[in-house]
Write a protein that binds this ligand. Structure first.
Ligand code: UD1
Length: 420
């Protein structure tokens, strides 16, 4: 296993281009199961998670080729409806093959993804949704088996204890596009990645309205065709790069950004005193001002994203004042707190809140990455810290950030890998 070493203190400078969105490409690849015709997906990030999804598609009988940011998915050998534990357990997003398998084959057997380090992650909303469309569900030996002679449209409310669910919305939408009649999903997730999936499905011939709002309407069709689609830029990668510039006092130009997907983050940074310049899909981020602490509450889109909470905590650790960070999506998503404290941060956790008292500087230390966004948080802290930080279990970072070391090195960061 590799660890990432960062010699902190370099101010980032130069230009960087954001890759395609991980959370958009995974369900979109799953959606190719809805047709036998070829699909070409562009702007695909080369990530561990992308490759896990391609493996899963191949195991389900698709042929999938990945070359220079493009994935071609076509009909392969005989179709299989069983998504095995060993493939699903590596990545929770694998569970979103349930909807398309059920839609196309009227049958799916998908391993339950299980818990994960950021907290309990149930699938009750996914199951509620496909049941409403007429599927019989049986859970046995760690697998969900779903069957339906026919799927029919339905009205369903998909909100849960923590609000809407991104992948449950995706799953239900993908099953409903080939159901008989009209489906209305109320309390649907509004995330840009859900919209990107809907746009891809529409190119395939699906009839969908309301994507990006809490009410999505789907009129089932008999058949979907192949389509060509380019994935939206990754708003979480863009957000992480913005914070990398601010935390190092850098000056960088971030290209391939959808500014309107970053509203909650940009608003909070504005409140903290960081004013970002933007034009033509690019953001200029100068870290030349002393920032002040701001409070953050994570919420479903368009609220502040939980996937930026850990990175924002790094910035607040070295910002003047006290910041209260409240996690409303995954109340246990605080594995990074103790690691940041090992680097000299002053953070106290109280239930779903973290109280961050900004300190002048952090000091490099050996730390351990627990999950994808916690790894990004530690990279930011390492870039800002005095001295050397070594981050073990860095493979988490490869799940969601394409070429991140290369991108940071090009911006002047001192980053390299060593064997554990
Ligand atoms: C997606 C993202 C992930 C992000 C998360 C929240 C992908 C591949 N992953 O994950 O990066 O952190 O959205 O923005 O897109 N819940 C239930 N029952 C369910 C499903 C979810 O109670 O059946 C709860 C979850 O435990 C959580 C909340 O709903 O508290 C939101 O989770 P959800 O939107 O489903 O997350 P994912 O779609 O798995």
């Amino acid at each position: 296993m590799d660890k990432l070493i960062i010699e902190g203190g370099a101010k980032l400078k130069g230009e960087v281009t954001v890759s395609g969105a991980k959370n958009a490409v995974l369900p979109i690849l799953a959606a190719t199961l809805l047709t036998d015709e070829p699909c070409l997906i562009k702007n695909v990030p080369n990530l561990r998670d992308t490759n896990s999804m391609l493996k899963l598609l191949r195991s389900l009988g698709k042929s999938a080729e990945f070359d220079k940011g493009k994935v071609m998915v076509s009909k392969g050998r005989e179709t299989n409806y069983i998504a095995e534990y060993k493939l699903v357990s590596t990545m929770r997003a694998s569970f979103c093959v349930l909807g398309p398998l059920l839609g196309k084959l009227r049958r799916a057997k998908v391993s339950l993804p299980g818990g994960c380090v950021i907290g309990a992650r149930p699938v009750d909303l996914h199951l509620k949704g496909v049941k409403a469309l007429g599927a019989d569900i049986n859970i046995d030996a760690g697998y969900v088996e779903a069957k339906a002679k026919r799927l029919h449209g339905a009205y369903l409310y998909l909100g849960g204890v923590y609000g809407s669910s991104v992948l449950a919305t995706d799953n239900v939408m993908m099953a409903a596009v080939l159901a008989d009649g009209k489906t209305v999903i109320e309390s649907a997730a509004c995330e840009p990645e859900v919209v990107d999936l809907a746009e891809f499905l529409i190119k395939m011939g699906a009839k969908i309205k309301g994507q990006g709002t809490p009410i999505i309407e789907i009129e089932g069709v008999k058949h979907l065709r192949g389509a060509i689609h380019s994935i939206i830029p990754d708003r979480i990668e863009a957000g992480t790069l913005i914070l990398a510039s601010l935390i190092t006092g850098g000056d960088i130009l971030i290209k391939n950004v959808q500014i309107r997907h970053l509203g909650a983050l940009i608003d909070k940074l504005d409140e903290a005193g960081a004013h970002l310049g933007h034009s033509d899909g690019a953001l200029r981020v100068k870290g030349n001002r002393r920032l002040k602490a701001v409070n953050i509450t994570t919420l479903p889109y368009p609220g502040f994203p939980t996937d930026m909470q850990a990175q924002m905590m790094s910035l607040m650790s070295v910002t003047r004042g006290i910041s209260v960070i409240t996690e409303k999506i995954y109340p246990d998503r605080f594995m990074h707190v103790s690691e940041l404290n090992r680097m000299g941060a002053h953070i106290q956790r109280e239930g779903p809140h973290a109280i961050v008292e900004g300190t002048k500087s952090l000091s490099g230390a050996p730390v351990m990455a627990s999950d994808l966004r916690a790894s990004a948080c530690l990279v930011l802290a390492g870039l800002a810290a005095r001295g050397k930080t070594s981050i073990s279990r860095i493979y988490h970072l490869e799940r969601g950030y394409e070429n991140i070391e290369k991108k940071l090195i090009n911006l002047g960061a001192k980053v390299w890998r060593e064997k554990e």
